[in-house]
Design a protein around this ligand. Structure first.
Ligand SMILES: [Zn+2]
Length: 89
């Protein structure tokens, strides 16, 4: 047994605490780190892409009248229109 004990090496982290000091902004945990391939960062990037897709869909549907009526394309046949809404428009 040795008398002196080696001090434990501290894990190296790029940023120990974020600028805000809150855990919700911690790298890997609260947000993705650029170039990192860990599962947490992967999930953050996945969620960012989903958020972006949702944002685009919401933006595209912003001026949708949302009347509940079926909107037909110009090439829809009368038979098709009748089968869906009973012949209206
Ligand atoms: Zn990471």
């Amino acid at each position: 047994m040795t008398a002196t004990k080696k001090p434990k090496k501290r894990a190296k982290k790029a940023v120990l605490l974020p600028a805000t000091g809150t855990k919700s902004d911690m790298p890997h945990v609260g947000r993705a780190v650029q170039g990192c391939r860990c599962p947490q960062c992967h999930t953050h990037r996945l969620e960012e892409r989903r958020d972006e897709r949702d944002r685009r869909q919401i933006e595209a549907a912003e001026n949708d009248p949302m009347t509940g009526a079926v909107q037909f394309g110009a090439n829809a046949t009368d038979e098709f229109r009748n089968s869906l809404n009973g012949g209206q428009q």
